[in-house]
Design a protein around this ligand. Structure first.
Ligand SMILES: Cc1cc2nc3c(=O)[nH]c(=O)nc-3n(C[C@H](O)[C@H](O)[C@H](O)COP(=O)(O)OP(=O)(O)OC[C@H]3O[C@@H](n4cnc5c(N)ncnc54)[C@H](O)[C@@H]3O)c2cc1C
Length: 462
């Protein structure tokens, strides 16, 4: 059983590291789906575009998703009724953009149409799906009430649309990256600070700096933005994903809207099954064993985890945040369609095109605080505090702490010594012996065995 995502074998980049100070018109921080697509939609301009990533391109959240493409997303039941119609339109628009790219660039990426189900196992959630039916009807989107193909999931009510798709997301993005000939790309270039100077920004990366007239944050967790309002508006959710042989086969995808998430699609006749989704401070290492013992996959080939940014109102954060500063993130585990429409919005803002104006308010990064958001913000603070105490009391027996250091001794007796505190907000790190990572229980940063930051809000290695 492998401990990595099935898409990682398709990653194959070798861009150079930043090795001198440079000037650019537009700097994109982050080479995941959001940053790559933003570069793609900007490449038609005469601007000098630079994209940097602290790791390899696409190695972040993007290469660890399940890659279902559907408008029938579980978050529809959480988005407020006044926004849902426009959000659905944005997803249809995103789908159009994706299909256009596949056609125009002739991309072979195992892209095929299938059915998509949304279901519930709880009586009191049926009305939520019925509310979505109304929205689909208003938008003239064809749907059917149809029983779920997997009886074991005990669905009480389910609907189906047939306008959904499967994809090998990395094959797709590989071709997009190949088309970025006129864009400067640097890997292993970690931006640790961004400073405003007169009418430009200075991004400090490792030893060198990048002077940029405009800057786009596509780095998933928006930790650079001041004032520090984002920690109150977003949190990270972690899920486990299995891939392997199942007695269920098919050409569909499905997701439920209940507390215990089950999300399924198929790739190369095997099942991809996502479950055990939790806010990071609630995650336990026993979730790993619980996932392995779930009974939908008979023989597991791969298990991996992934985290995405969840916003308080379940809408993405896309647009201008300050003069010449833009952001694209907050996809609530549905990043493929939202990053297409999001990248197009950012590109049209920078190029002064009057396109996609309908979505300006919907995704506005500076949108105001509502009562719901205030309640959710207090949950975020609670999550952080909860995580902080969890860090203080959790001591895995294979780790030896002193005041500042944590040590993991592997099976060969090698010592892996790291700083004990997460650089982000100084929470104690926990060693995750299942995944071989140091995890922050407060805000979800995770670090490799030898301390390289892999995920989450930390800007620094440990
Ligand atoms: C379990 C799970 C399943 C999912 N399944 C689906 C699905 O089926 N369908 C769907 O549409 N979406 C899905 N998603 C959502 C989707 O994966 C994400 O929304 C999307 O990949 C986020 O892309 P991104 O570009 O914002 O982030 P990333 O891919 O993480 O890219 C951000 C990049 O920024 C880089 N970076 C960060 N900080 C810095 C820095 N300081 N300097 C330089 N570079 C930096 C990182 O290295 C990273 O490569 C899923 C998400 C999860 C968690």
């Amino acid at each position: 059983m492998k401990n990595n995502s099935i898409w990682e074998e398709y990653l194959k980049y070798d861009f150079k590291n930043l090795d001198s100070d440079i000037n650019t018109d537009v700097l994109i921080i982050g080479g995941g789906i959001a940053g790559i697509l933003t570069a793609f939609y900007l490449k038609k301009s005469n601007l000098k575009i630079t994209l940097v990533d602290r790791n390899e391109l696409l190695f972040g959240v993007t290469s660890k998703m399940t890659a279902k493409i559907t408008i029938l997303q579980d978050i529809l039941t959480k988005i407020s009724s006044k926004n849902i119609n426009l959000f659905l339109k944005s997803q249809l628009e995103g789908l159009k953009l994706l299909k256009t790219n596949i056609k125009n660039l002739n991309i072979e990426c195992d892209f095929y149409k299938n059915d998509s189900y949304l279901y519930t196992t709880q009586k009191n959630n049926i009305k939520k799906i019925k509310a979505i039916e109304k929205e689909l009807y208003n938008l003239n989107i064809k749907y059917e009430k149809e029983e779920l193909p997997i009886k074991k999931l005990n669905s009480l009510y389910s609907i189906k649309v047939n306008n959904s798709f499967s994809i090998n997301i990395i094959k797709y993005l590989n071709k997009i990256i190949k088309s970025l000939e006129n864009i400067e790309i640097y890997e292993n270039t970690n931006i640790i600070k961004v400073i405003k100077k007169n009418n430009y920004y200075v991004a400090i990366a490792n030893k060198y700096k990048i002077n940029a007239k405009k800057i786009i944050f596509a780095n998933n967790y928006p930790y650079f933005i001041k004032p520090l309002i984002f920690p109150l508006k977003v949190r990270l959710e972690k899920s486990y994903i299995l891939y392997g042989n199942s007695s269920y086969k098919g050409d569909y995808n499905l997701i439920n809207i209940d507390k215990n998430v089950h999300s399924i699609r198929f790739y190369k006749s095997k099942m991809i099954y996502l479950t055990n989704s939790k806010y990071i401070s609630h995650v336990k290492t026993s979730d790993y064993d619980k996932t392995i013992n779930s009974n939908l996959i008979n023989k597991i080939d791969n298990i991996w985890t992934n985290m995405d940014l969840i916003t308080n109102d379940y809408l993405p954060i896309i647009g201008k945040i300050f003069t010449n500063m833009y952001i694209i993130t907050g996809f609530n585990t549905w990043g493929i369609l939202s990053s297409h429409i999001g990248a197009s919005i950012i590109s049209s803002l920078i190029l002064n095109e009057k396109k996609y104006v309908d979505y300006k308010n919907l995704f506005n990064p500076r949108r105001g605080v509502t009562i719901q958001k205030l309640v959710n913000s207090s949950i975020n603070i609670y999550e952080s505090i909860n995580g902080y105490f969890k860090g203080l009391i959790t001591k895995n027996k294979i780790i030896y702490y002193n005041k500042n250091k944590a040590i993991y001794i592997d099976s060969k007796g090698n010592k892996h010594i790291v700083n004990r505190k997460c650089p982000h907000m100084k929470c104690n790190l926990i060693f995750n012996d299942k995944e071989g990572t140091w995890d922050c229980p407060c805000h979800g940063s995770s670090f490799s065995l030898d301390g390289k930051v892999i995920n989450g809000p930390s800007k620094y290695d440990i």
